[in-house]
Design a protein around this ligand. Structure first.
Ligand code: G
Ligand code: G
Ligand code: MN
Ligand code: NA
Length: 253
């Protein structure tokens, strides 16, 4: 409850910042980033999103917070677009189900893109399987409008939810994101290895791209490459970084 109360003041008090984690292709080139929110609490220090996102979702504060995250991420993309070494970067932004369900979501995303003056093709929205709890027709309609403007969709934490593949194939997705829990145990759990391989071939079969998160070792990267996955995100390349460090990291590549 204390956390919930503090969360109410955290937005007007500007206590959030975005970190950026690089995404890498098969040749080691940096192709983009995922924006990850951090709460710099005046007393508690840095509170990780696992501790406050669910509170924000339960209280509805995820709506103003999610809006701030989207605005900040798009403003960052606009700044990168002006710098030759960074202009190619895409940016993935996590979207809560609660945000996506809001009736103004599509208009809000389009307005933010417009205000920031960014190329919508550089923006990727990460949604999770839990979105399917809603009316699938509504979801498809919303996604289609944004897709027609160039916005991409990645299905985050893929394989950890409970969606059926028959719903999944109807969503106009661009990418599946292999959850880090499968990547972590790929050499110690033959089930996880099989699941990781299966997600890659499912993505190929559905003509979607695929990215693996939580890649921490070269061996894991090699396993994924052998399975046909050539986009990666994880500590092997970089932890999520504050923007100044992220830009420095990108320019050193
Ligand atoms: O950055 P970290 O790995 O600690 O994030 C943990 C989880 O918090 C992520 O898996 C993601 O689900 C959630 N998260 C991080 N940043 C955001 C954000 O900007 N918006 C939403 N909705 N969730 C986020
Ligand atoms: O959106 P999602 O909840 O999937 O966010 C990804 C989370 O995974 C973030 O909290 C990020 O800090 C974390 N993460 C990113 N790379 C790695 C990694 O290589 N290993 C582990 N254990 N976590 C990672
Ligand atoms: Mn994510
Ligand atoms: Na994830």
């Amino acid at each position: 409850a204390a956390l919930e109360n503090d969360l109410r003041y955290s937005i007007p008090n500007h206590e959030f910042i975005l970190y950026y984690q690089p995404q890498v292709d098969r040749d080691g080139r940096m192709t983009g980033a995922e924006a990850l929110v951090r709460w710099l609490h005046p007393q508690r220090g840095m509170v990780p999103p696992d501790e406050f996102i669910h509170v924000a979702e339960e209280t509805g504060l995820i709506l103003p917070l999610g809006k701030w995250i989207l605005e900040t991420a798009c403003a960052q993309l606009a700044l990168w677009a002006k710098q030759p070494e960074l202009a190619h970067l895409t940016l993935a932004v996590n979207i809560s189900v609660r945000q996506f369900q809001h009736e103004d979501f599509v208009e809000q995303v389009l307005a933010v893109i417009d205000q920031a003056g960014i190329d919508p093709n550089k923006l990727k929205l990460e949604i999770t399987e839990s979105i399917i709890l809603d009316n699938v027709e509504d979801i498809i309609t919303k996604m289609d409008v944004l897709k027609n403007h160039g916005v991409g969709f990645s299905l985050d934490d893929f394989g950890t939810g409970y969606s059926s593949l028959s719903y999944l194939k109807r969503l106009p997705l661009d990418q599946l994101k292999i959850d880090k829990s499968f990547v972590r145990d790929v050499f110690t759990d033959t089930n996880d290895a099989a699941i990781a391989r299966t997600i890659v071939s499912l993505a190929h079969g559905l003509e979607l791209s695929v990215i693996a998160e939580g890649v921490e070792t070269n061996a894991q990267q090699n396993f994924l490459a052998n399975a046909g996955c050539f986009s990666y995100q994880g500590y092997l390349f970089s932890r999520p970084l504050p923007v100044a460090e992220f830009e420095l990291f990108m320019k050193q590549q």
